[in-house]
Design a binder for this molecule. Sequence first.
Ligand code: ADP
Ligand code: ZN
Length: 731
Amino acid sequence: MIDPSFFDEGALVAVLTTQPLDRALDYKAPEGGCHLGAFVEVPLGPRKVLGVVWGPGKGDYDYAKVRSVLRVLDVAPMRAEMRRFLEKAAAYTLTPMPAMLRLATRAPGLGDPPSMRKVYRRGPDEPDRMTDARRRVLDFLAEYGDLSFTLKELAELSGVTSSVIKGLVKQGAVAEEDSPRDLPFAPLDPNLPGKELTEDQDRAATHVAEAVRAGTYGTTLLRGVTGSGKTEVYLEAVAACLSAGRQALVLLPEIALTAEFLKRVEVRFGARPAEWHSGATMTERRRIWRMIGQGQAQLVIGARSALFLPYQNLGLIVVDEEHDTSYKQEDGVLYNARDMAVLRASLLGAQVVLSSATPSLESWANAESGKYTRLDLEARFGPAVLPTMKTIDMRAETLPSDRWVSDTLKRAVDQRLEAGEQAMLFLNRRGYAPITLCRACGHQVGCDQCDARMVEHRFLKRLMCHQCGETKPMPTVCPSCGAEDRMAPVGPGVERLGEEAVKLFPDARVAVLSSDMYGSARALKAEIEGIAAGGADVVIGTQLVAKGHNFPNLTLVGVIDADLGLQGSDLRAAERTFQLMRQVAGRAGRAEKPGTAMLQTFQPEHPVIRAILAGDEEGFWRAEAAEREAAGVPPYGRMAGIILSGPDAAQVFDAANALARNAVPLARVGAQVFGPAPAPIARIRGRHRVRLLVKAGKGVALQSAIAQWVSQLRLKGDMRLAVDIDPQSFY
Ligand code: ADP
Ligand code: ZN
């Protein structure tokens, strides 16, 4: 019998590499042959590169000249399901396969033999001379005879210095051995008791657990206000999945991947799951990647790219905070992890749980149409109730132009401070001031590389471009008219709001939370945890505080500028504002004390502000859905963004115009092209950016039409074209 998934030595195989080539290349299978899906090292020019055996070779090249696979790496071959997933994801996002493969191999040294470390256990001999310290080590090892320890662990646990252990090794009383670093993860126990669920929660948990046990594909939208127990519910689905012997993945926005959350999972299952995030060390990444491939990690808690790990038997994907914009990767491969999770699960016969207090309109519509099952948790768990929502009409407040906290809001904060509670002031703007302006000539300082204003960061003592990260010192002389000492900050950022709060609340401890003020995500999380534990009275924050942190003593949230999100030309402006305001408001009153949210606005009668206030979620979604349906935009129509960029503006525009004129492949499927227009940010890092927008009906095979369309264009020189299917942001 011929095994179609094995290639004997010398047989031609097509190898997909991570190098930017437009197809898989033929190689000869190495000595001993290789499996379909095997990870291999192949020669490419003078280099050795990583690849995967993707299928039989094409054989369209002189056999004698075909080179051989150098070696097969010692890792589990890529499964057929994973290969199909990468192909489908590539076709959906119009991404070249090598880039997809890079996403799936984001762990260094995959093929290297596991690196070793020294471990210590009881040896066969007795020491010539016994001391107290030696006694302690040997007693300890006698008790834990079946285990081995690192030098550091053994020294600490038995309370001796490492030289004592080294001495015992010399005498053969302790044995020193090499052990691989890539250890399997400790087994999780799905049978530990979870929390006792409320009726609502139990109904939802039973539903998702049964769906997981059925072992078929399905997506469930789990909706419930912050604190209603969505996490408790989906952990039951995870338990059902682990019990069925399958692996589970919980995706979280990076910032929500906190120690608090991991601890909760550890308590539920008795051991730590694998954590996949940007802060993981290279060794840790490699360990996770390999162990998942061998089925020796049951549960991964991870940020978006954890979706591309080589699971052997994935049964459940949870996407927590499914509406979160960070699931869309905005550079490199432009994919939405939420949508790709649904794709991957459908190929696998796995379940997806999308969890959110404020689902995206896409998911809401999919639930309405019956594509997804919808489960609602109605109440907050325990005594916590939803915050009372109020608006502050800023037209009636008379604030000087350099102040942002109204008297009404100030009084409310004062009350909380007197009661010994926390208050939060929310402003979704990093830095000190969004604009730096010359009072003599009106010049605004912009970035030299981008079409963006420079934002003053007092904390860093510099101006910064939020597009490219370029910084420069704060000018004392106007770069335009030369006037001296006339540069002034205009408008508020969180740092400036912090200054105002210190003046308004002189006896309070004020803390400003902004992603750029801490060296690392870890430092920021530590700071947030400290504040939640009572380390500050007034917390000032950007949107990152809206993401899943629990502030038990927080009873007031003041939104400085509720109108901020309503202004953009973004199709999702209303949706985003609605979600953000609801999330921020959800920070207040999570424990026993009721909370209040106050929204400062100049448009209290705006439909979005009114819907937020009324808490009329279904009403908001229905109105928003009707508007988008009438306009034929997502999720009731399809969109794609095309961004052309290059160093020469005229050349980029010419190319975009040429594309727009020759849109026959699009017209054939009834799709329309808008533009070209300068992208909202017309220049980033010195590259001019021009945007075309494609709109099509819902059932249209948009990707193949776009692929055909853009393939007509020959990109000259340093010009680049990026296709963004289902664009989330319009920059
Ligand atoms: P969500 O994910 O909807 O924000 P959580 O699952 O985090 O809600 O629940 C909010 C808080 O209430 C958590 O501290 C959680 O442990 C607690 N909680 C929720 N449901 C229960 C329950 N049935 N029994 C005990 N504690 C619960
Ligand atoms: Zn810039």
